[in-house]
Design a protein around this ligand. Sequence first.
Ligand code: HEM
Length: 163
Amino acid sequence: MTLVAFKALHIAALLLWCAGLLALPLVLERHHSHETQGRYARLRRFTHYGYIVVVTPAAVLAIAAGTALIWMRGVFVPWMFVKLLAVGALVAIHVYVGHTVLLMSERRGAHTPPPMWPVALAAGIVMLVILLLVLGKPALPDIAPDWLRTPRYRSLPFDATPN
Ligand code: HEM
């Protein structure tokens, strides 16, 4: 039951996170420095609250539930480590989107928004890679060198534990 609950939480949260990482760049793309006050206020509210109230908490929940699932399912396997690398890329995209949301408010008028559709495209590609890894669970070779996988039996480089 706990496993089902954590997996359900993981999937519900990552759906929100991924939807946000596709939607927010596309909404930011609609922002222009010469738009009317009403339109600016609408876009600003949507991106600001969307980012801090929905998308970021969903990312934290997805990552926390996913981390718990690693131990519950014992998946210390190469495809999972590649998946974590891809999740790192998704987190970098998340931070970039947040930075752009912030610039929209702090440099209003002086800020020319960068093209954001490539960001949505990159997020979509990373999500696809993650889904292929997690659903296909491919048997990837373990490329970790031997010295990383076996105990070295070396003592610490000092006599006592420092206080
Ligand atoms: C740090 C972030 C993440 C961690 C630690 C993590 C970890 C995990 C683990 C351990 C499982 C269970 C695998 C199994 O039952 O064999 C899982 C399932 C899943 N994850 Fe993640 N995950 C993360 C982020 C994501 C993201 C960003 C996506 C999608 C874009 C995703 C998609 C899925 C899906 C679809 C499943 C269900 C797979 C199945 O039941 O066969 N995960 N995740």
